[in-house]
Design a protein around this ligand. Structure first.
Ligand code: AHR
Length: 502
């Protein structure tokens, strides 16, 4: 094995992939574990505002920079009665949540979510229940949320204090309806039909052209009917929806961390497969329309090793899915972000699952502090600097061998041109052992200041914890030489790097 890699990239602002879609930096708040309760919402917390939202968490969310938030699930939505979460809090019923085996108090619901979205300035992405419920309840919810007034549901919203309609544009038609774990799982034909009926009826109420609807794709690329599911669902919904969803979670299998580092390969293949299927349906239907992907759940998630305590059956907001992320996880996470940017011509919405406490970049303690996980940093940097136009990058990189994906290039990178003439290169060295010298041919742009921020750690398992909240964070990387439009940067093994060329 080489003891040092050399890689090179070049780009030209004239050769572009796509405008970075605003919705690419979405996230996800589900009624699951402590994402809502003691995550974003904790009225008793010392920093809570008048709406019961934790200001310490709101500050971290603003720093993280999500642009859109999906709500209220996830698996939870497939058993949810949205009416339980509106109106006077003292009248709201407690219900069993069959998705996660807990009790839902309904102290946080649609109105609170909309306030939260306004407070952190994100677009709401609302999911409807097509598991235990169906078309009528989705229409009622839509009328409550979006109709101005003068009808039963819209006037009910007004009587709850929200005079103006919420104007929610982005809607998910159910969640993971192919999964045997989903309450009310459906066949592709059943789901395709109800998704199409729901989509057409929502559009009829809405009456505008700018409603964006997401049909459920396969729950993962590993599902037995992956491809066939998308084909059947889109055959029913092609003209009535805008997006097909994709979900993917990664963790090392059988300790194979080398393949784990290359997880973005799977995401690429997943995107290729969904696009090929969607375009094939479009061709079959002789349609000019293109269906894009809403990658509305993605992350690292240690699914075979649940962390936190096993919840007491039917307890309220217990610790569930509280993964603690390492430096290595953050680098893989950054690489997934790079893929989303690289494919943003067809992945035009995406949601980091989830936002707080549940497989999340932000952690909290009830009554205590809030802090950043390692994965916080790649997301925050990509959301801040990855705006503008994705450029076509030519890369020459050495490869490393993985059990799962064969030879994989050690360098994974993307370049984004900002409106101000700057270019930001996000670069991951996916090799766990071998550092890399990266040469960037930036002769096509004006090179002024070059700054590099690097996230890595000699201990790949290093994590931020409540007792050591800043153990892992990006640091300024001074190993940069700029000469005649050529930028040379030293990338440590297993590192996420943000290279700003201003
Ligand atoms: O994000 C956690 C869960 O993962 C979601 O509820 C579900 O949609 C997916 O299986």
């Amino acid at each position: 094995m080489a003891d040092h890699h050399r890689a090179r990239i070049e780009f030209d602002p004239r050769f572009t992939v796509a405008e970075v879609p605003d919705r690419l930096f979405g996230s996800f708040v589900e009624h699951l574990g402590r994402c809502v309760y003691t995550g974003i919402y904790e009225p008793e917390h010392p920093t809570a505002n008048a709406d019961g939202l934790r200001e310490d968490v709101l500050d971290l969310i603003r720093e993280l920079g999500p642009t859109m938030i999906r709500y209220p699930g996830g698996n939870f939505v497939s058993g949810y009665r949205w009416e339980d979460g509106v109106g006077p809090k003292e009248d709201r019923p407690r219900r069993l949540d069959l998705a996660w085996g807990t009790t839902e108090t309904n102290q946080f619901g649609l109105g609170e979510f909309m306030k939260f979205c306004r407070t952190v300035d994100v677009e709401p992405n609302m999911a409807v229940n097509l598991g235990t419920r169906g078309l009528q309840e989705a229409l009622d919810l839509f009328e409550y949320a979006n109709h101005p007034g003068g009808t039963y549901w819209s006037d009910l919203r007004r009587s709850h204090g929200d005079e103006e309609p919420y104007g929610i544009k982005l809607w998910c038609l159910g969640n993971e309806m192919d999964g045997p774990w989903q309450i009310g799982q459906r066949t592709a034909t059943e789901y395709g039909r109800i998704a199409d009926q729901t989509a057409r009826s929502l559009r009829f109420i809405d009456g505008s052209d700018d409603l964006d609807l997401v049909a459920c794709g396969s729950s993962s690329r590993g599902m037995p009917f992956f491809g066939a599911w998308e084909n059947e669902v889109l055959t029913h919904t092609y003209e009535s929806v805008d997006y097909i969803s994709a979900h993917a979670y990664y963790h090392p299998l059988d300790g194979d961390v080398t393949s784990f580092m290359a997880s973005a390969q799977d995401m690429e293949l997943f995107i290729d497969g969904v696009i090929a299927t969607a375009d094939a349906v479009g061709a079959k239907l002789k349609s000019d329309k293109k269906i894009n992907i809403s990658f509305d759940e993605w992350n690292v998630w240690y699914q075979t090793a649940p962390t936190g305590e096993r919840p007491e059956p039917w307890s309220i907001a217990p610790r569930q899915l509280e993964d603690h992320y390492s430096a290595m996880d953050a680098v893989v996470f950054g690489s997934l972000l790079i893929t989303l940017l690289r494919r943003s011509d067809r992945v035009t919405a995406a949601c980091l699952a989830q936002l707080v406490n549940v497989i999340a970049p932000i952690m909290t303690e009830p009554g205590g502090p809030a802090w950043r996980q390692t994965t916080f940093f790649p997301f925050a940097e990509a959301s801040k600097y990855g705006r503008g136009t994705v450029l076509n990058v030519n890369a020459d990189s050495p490869a490393f061998d993985t059990k799962k994906y064969g030879e994989v290039s050690a360098l994974h990178s993307v370049a984004v041109a900002g409106e101000d003439g700057s270019v930001t290169v996000f670069a991951v060295n996916r090799d766990l052992e071998t550092p890399m010298t990266l040469e960037i041919d930036a002769s096509s742009v004006q090179v002024g200041d070059v700054t590099v921020s690097t996230l890595t750690d000699a201990d790949r398992d290093a994590k931020n914890t409540v007792d050591d909240q800043d153990r892992v964070a990006p640091v300024a990387n001074g190993d940069v030489v700029v000469k005649d439009g050529l930028i040379t940067v030293e990338l440590p093994a297993m590192s996420w790097n943000t290279i700003r060329i201003a």
